[in-house]
Write a protein that binds this ligand. Structure first.
Ligand code: ATP
Ligand code: MG
Length: 271
């Protein structure tokens, strides 16, 4: 079935539950708002912070929203989406993002990255925000490099703000003895939790409203089932809600009821 058919059936002006949402269109769940406030604090304090959450909890979205709100002329965002770049890769990316070309010898490259990070704030008046996404996959060597990078002799604080985003295993990993020095530098930890049933209902209504439907389309028991199965995690709610809309359409209904949601759960379990 096409998206067009679905849109026509439900009278949507745009497709609901898509991933590309402008920061202003995000749903302000308690967890999301809390993460935003904490990320903003980490940036203003040039601190090291760790944001954890299950797959699809909204970590990347929260970091995007917090950084989108910043004055672009006074901040430099360095976003590293994936740790597979290796230990040297971290320094090379930082140097490149700050407009230089990476030096060949690793020791020189490290010094170059440190200097470039310092200069961005002291000479250009721009605060650097370094974001490591999927940080639960950072290697031991990369975590050690990160410790050295956030260690500044001049200041008890680093020259930049640093944010680690990762799955809950990241916290456990950092608690291992080998990473104690880095762990102690972490000024703030925040876990993005799933939403409860009431918030899940409000989240679904928010997405439907963005698609042009102000009225109730999902029954309370459909919402309760989606909340339970998704454990309140936004990406999973999106998937289940879309499948529920499809199932209700196939069942020729104008309301998504519990049976439609059950069909959606079966559909997703079969994937
Ligand atoms: N506050 C929100 N408002 C609206 N949609 C949201 C919100 N938070 C998350 N989402 C939706 O959930 C999806 C998953 O969010 P996100 O990609 O940030 O999760 P993640 O925690 O980074 O997951 P992963 O561990 O897979 O990287 C987003 O694509 C978005 O569609
Ligand atoms: Mg992510």
């Amino acid at each position: 079935m096409s998206i067009e058919t679905l849109r026509a059936h439900w009278g949507f002006t745009r497709t609901p539950f898509t991933k590309e949402l402008a920061p202003s269109m995000l749903f302000g769940s308690r967890s999301h708002e809390e993460a935003l406030a904490r990320i903003t604090w980490i940036i203003s304090e040039r601190a090291l912070g760790v944001i954890t959450g299950e797959v699809g909890a909204g970590k990347t979205v929260a970091a995007r929203a917090a950084t989108a709100a910043l004055d672009g002329s006074r901040h430099t965002l360095i976003y590293l989406p994936n740790p597979v770049i290796g230990a040297r890769g971290i320094y090379a990316e930082i140097v490149r993002a700050l407009g230089e070309s990476p030096r060949f010898h690793t020791a020189q490259l490290i010094a170059q990255a440190r200097e470039a990070l310092e200069a961005e704030e002291t000479e250009r008046g721009r605060r650097v925000i370094l974001i490591f996404d999927e940080a639960h996959m950072l290697s031991a060597e990369q975590l050690e490099q990160l410790r050295m990078l956030t260690n500044s002799e001049m200041d008890s604080r680093a020259a930049f703000a640093c944010l680690l985003l990762g799955q809950p295993t990241l916290r456990k990993r950092l608690r291992q003895a080998a990473f104690a020095a880095l762990d102690q530098r972490i000024a703030l930890r925040c876990a993005i939790e799933g939403m409860d049933t009431a918030e899940t209902g409000a989240y679904i209504a928010h997405h439907l409203r963005l698609a042009g439907r102000e009225d109730t389309i999902f029954s309370d028991d459909a919402i309760a089932l989606i909340a339970e199965v998704s454990r309140g995690l936004p990406r999973q709610i999106n998937n289940l809600s879309t499948q529920t809309l499809i199932a209700a359409y196939a069942q020729k209904k104008s309301i998504c009821d519990e049976r439609s949601a059950q069909a959606a759960v079966a559909e997703i379990a079969a994937e």
